[in-house]
Design a protein around this ligand. Structure first.
Ligand SMILES: NC(=O)c1ccc[n+]([C@@H]2O[C@H](COP(=O)([O-])OP(=O)(O)OC[C@H]3O[C@@H](n4cnc5c(N)ncnc54)[C@H](O)[C@@H]3O)[C@@H](O)[C@H]2O)c1
Length: 437
């Protein structure tokens, strides 16, 4: 990866493509509309509220990130999406019941204009949903072409100069990469014969890559992280990132676990359970979709705690994650954690965390930052996996053979140092010995 010599300015409108117009997507869209009208604050978004320190601590230079790197502006965003239910973004947001009516009513007209395009949907990949607003074309190759045509139409009708996509659709059943996923050629042949190993989400990702539209995956699906997609991303010079937005419980895990490790406190077990009652919870009630989520959630501790380096502290952790569908809760999830930790001489202690969170409220600013940073990456000439955006994901994608970095604080340092590096500023190492010369 080379530092960019030139970053194309963010002129014109930016089309935001959202496969899946459910709770997260509509909370994000409505939030952008409210924020750009000055009616609510985009809390949680680094691109809207974050600052970045430059140079030495004595220089007192800490501009807003948005003033430091050339990002698109909120008023430039045009929203488009696909869903297997025909509800427009207002109806879908009202159904999701994340935002209060007083917020939704203020942007009702604008939200109602965001109508989903018919979905690419193979029901064997999401068994709990039964929608009718779906494309009927023949092969999976035809589906890719149909999505590409949708993208071109949206760019034309909105007058947008470019696009960016973030998967906000459901969690699909667990699959592993197979022969069809190994090369561009094998994948394209698979599309022609409608290979059953090619999922709905992979079709959106493939279409976006073909159109050079940067693609971030907010679900744990096998979607854009297989050799053929990596190769296509490089060939079409398109940035990709994923996977699975790092929100509620895993966010807490990646805040707490680095702290335990920093103080060399041992860990014997970590039990996590969730109750939630939104459509996401209903989809995850299917064991095959839950398996995809479970794999994404379990990797975190292993990578942060490094049991191979610290066998006596972390060599024998019992880590369990449950998700229970409980309709009365709606989107207001409760994530409950019990940690059995050990201190000096092996004495046991416990930590309990009860996070009464709002899933989509935590996810929406992540979608916004990914839109802004993936667009920046494309204009800076980056392509392939954008590991510097690991900060946003439960299960960060990396170059082949590299283990992912899960520690939230290292991820943030990496993100900010990447921005400094892009703009030719000194990286911040926190060494600071020059202050004592
Ligand atoms: N905090 C969070 O909410 C959070 C965190 C991490 C990951 N995620 C993931 O983000 C995704 C969205 O979450 P949500 O709460 O908005 O769920 P949701 O069920 O409210 O929305 C998902 C939408 O995707 C649609 N969909 C499913 N398959 C589709 C397809 N093939 N094409 C087009 N649309 C399709 C569904 O009809 C639904 O409207 C889920 O995969 C979830 O696991 C969410």
């Amino acid at each position: 990866m080379k530092a960019p010599e030139h970053i194309t300015p963010p002129n014109g409108k930016l089309a935001v493509f959202l496969p899946g117009l459910g709770a997260v997507a509509t909370t994000f869209v409505a939030g952008c509309m409210l924020a750009r009208a000055g009616k609510a604050a985009p809390i949680g978004s680094l691109t809207q509220m974050g600052t970045i320190r430059l140079g030495k601590r004595t220089e007192n230079r800490a501009p807003k990130i948005a003033d430091f790197v050339p990002l698109a502006q909120l008023p430039d965003l045009e929203f488009a999406g696909w869903d297997l239910f025909p509800d427009d973004a207002y109806e879908s947001a009202a159904h999701a019941r994340v935002l209060d009516p007083h917020h939704l009513e203020q942007v009702k007209a604008e939200l109602s204009r965001v109508k989903p395009m018919p979905a690419v949907f193979y029901p064997e990949y999401v068994k709990k949903l039964h929608g009718t607003h779906v494309k009927q074309q023949g092969s999976k190759a035809d589906m890719v072409e149909a999505v590409r045509e949708d993208i071109r139409q949206v760019l034309k009708s909105t007058g947008a100069s470019r696009g960016v996509a973030v998967w906000c659709g459901s969690t699909e059943v667990y699959i592993e990469p197979s022969a069809v996923h190994q090369s561009i050629q094998s994948f394209e042949q698979g599309l022609l014969r409608s290979d059953p190993q090619i999922s709905s989400s992979q079709i959106y990702a493939w279409a976006c890559l073909k159109e050079g539209v940067p693609y971030a995956n907010g679900a744990p699906n096998l979607e854009v992280d297989f050799p053929a997609a990596h190769a296509l991303a490089r060939e079409t010079q398109t940035p990709i990132a994923g996977k699975d937005f790092k929100t509620g419980q895993t966010l807490m895990k990646t805040i707490l676990a680095p702290g335990l490790k920093a103080r060399l406190l041992g860990l014997r077990g970590w039990f996590s359970t969730n109750i939630l009652g939104n459509r996401d919870g209903e989809v995850l009630d299917d064991p095959d979709s839950f398996k995809t989520k479970e794999v994404s959630k379990l990797g975190v501790l292993e990578h942060i705690l490094q049991p191979k380096l610290y066998p006596e502290l972390y060599g024998n952790i019992y880590h369990k994650v449950r998700i229970e569908y409980y309709p009365p809760r709606g989107d207001a999830k409760e994530g409950w954690d019990n940690l059995d930790i050990q201190g000096w001489l092996g004495y046991d202690m416990q930590i309990k965390v009860d996070f009464l969170c709002r899933d989509s409220i935590l996810a929406a600013p992540i979608v916004l930052d990914l839109v802004m940073f993936m667009d920046l990456a494309k204009r800076a000439g980056f392509s392939g996996v954008q590991e510097w955006l690991s900060f946003y994901f439960k299960s960060p994608m990396t170059a082949q053979g590299l283990y992912p970095e899960h520690d939230l604080f290292i991820q943030l340092m990496k993100l900010k140092n990447t921005l400094r590096w892009m703009q030719g500023e000194d990286l911040i190492t926190h060494l600071g010995n020059e202050y004592y010369d």
